[in-house]
Unconditional design. Structure first.
Length: 402
């Protein structure tokens, strides 16, 4: 294990993995910096944002970016000062300029960077596609790995590394975004964004209470943000099944719920794989939660769903059919038949049916024809930060395939 020093004198121990590359983004306009930071973070970078050379200089003394992106479209970033600062500090990372095509300033600054001994990548012109950017940065992109790299949950909570990212849930007929599913991510200062299997330990972890408190509080805070933007959509949050063993969950959750006329309910999404043998307890908990505008969604019930048939009623909000049955169903008759069977079961139980793993227009058409209530998948976007999700809500419905 490697040890890495962090601020406030705290030392945290982590698993071994290749660190994420760092990019320093320089542009005078905050909204452009935010857009560029999100684009680079989607590629696996850790980003810092700066308005000009003076703002960037202190950071160069603390970290060594792998890349500096200098946007010159606005014309007021003092681009020459940035390049001179990088040269005088013997910067050995890469520099990439972003500007309008056929811009004389872009050509001259590219020459200035080379004359100053800076390693200049080919310039990026606006507008650009993420694929084009990824091709230019192929040598810097992080290497994916399947090695287990656990992040201690206590450290993630103490250092404010936890985030909620949201993925759209879409009505397949109207193509409107009806809900957002919040999933936990760790924004690690060295590794970048870590997925849940990188930090969630066993289900007996005593810190799951603090984790659930964070998720509930952040989700409801984000709901208020969406509502203020005139999009008070339903939010579901994915939590480990262990939270159902917490006797104080209901009381803590109800205090987080907004006192707002547009708020309908919060949905807690639980992996149902390990709950099949104890569905009676889940039924009792779900009924108790429903009295406080909190619903339960069960996922991964594809094989075990007949166990629910023993109940005359079950106070669930929805059952989610997993990607294993949905993805590629457009060209697989057996998958479509399985989806239809589970959909019929949802109808008899009176719960909403959600198809996960809709990654193509063909799968969307298949799930729409089958009659699913909601769909989600890469076709509509992967999980994203709350502010980006809010912007996506404004544009997604106009760009989805019909």
């Amino acid at each position: 294990m490697d040890e890495t020093a962090f601020p406030h004198g705290k030392r945290v121990e982590f698993g071994r993995r290749r660190v994420a590359p760092r990019v320093c983004i320089i542009d005078s306009k905050p909204y452009i910096r935010t857009f560029l930071a999100e684009t680079f973070e989607d590629l696996g970078f850790i980003s810092t944002q700066h308005a000009d050379a003076a703002d960037m200089t202190p950071v160069l003394g603390e970290i060594t970016p792998d890349l500096v992106l200098l946007a010159i479209a606005g014309g007021d970033t003092n681009a020459e000062d940035v390049l001179k600062t990088l040269a005088t500090t013997a910067f050995r990372g890469n520099v990439i300029l972003l500007g309008a095509p056929d811009s004389p300033a872009l050509v001259e600054l590219q020459r200035l960077g080379k004359r100053s001994g800076l390693p200049m990548l080919p310039a990026l012109t606006t507008p650009f596609r993420t694929k084009e950017l990824a091709e230019k940065l192929a040598g810097l992109l992080p290497v994916t790995t399947t090695r287990s790299m656990p992040v201690d949950l206590v450290d993630a909570l103490d250092n404010n590394w936890l985030e909620l990212h949201y993925q759209p849930l879409v009505d397949p007929r109207s193509l409107t975004v009806c809900a957002g599913e919040g999933v936990i991510r760790v924004h690690h200062p060295t590794w970048g964004v870590a997925l849940p299997d990188r930090y969630v330990g066993c289900e007996n972890d005593p810190h799951f209470g603090a984790l659930s408190d964070f998720v509930l509080a952040r989700a409801m805070s984000d709901w208020r943000y969406f509502a203020a933007d005139n999009r008070p959509i339903e939010i579901s949050v994915a939590l480990p099944a262990a939270v159902l063993d917490d006797p104080d969950l209901v009381d803590r959750a109800r205090h987080c719920l907004p006192d707002h006329p547009a708020f309908r309910r919060l949905v807690v999404a639980i992996d149902g794989t390990g709950l099949v043998g104890d569905l009676a307890r889940v039924q009792r908990i779900a009924r108790k939660l429903s009295r406080h505008n909190i619903g339960i969604s069960l996922g991964n019930m594809d094989v075990a769903w007949p166990s629910l048939a023993a109940f005359d009623s079950f106070p669930l909000v929805e059952i989610k059919v997993s990607r294993a049955f949905v993805h590629g169903s457009a060209g697989d008759r057996l998958k479509r038949a399985a989806c239809a069977t589970m959909l019929d079961f949802c109808r008899r139980l009176g719960v909403r049916a959600v198809a996960a793993g809709v990654d193509t227009g063909a799968d969307l058409a298949a799930m729409r024809e089958a009659g699913f209530d909601l769909v989600q998948g890469a076709l509509f976007g992967k999980p994203m930060k709350a502010r980006k999700f809010a912007r996506t809500l404004r544009t997604l419905e106009r760009t989805l395939p019909s």
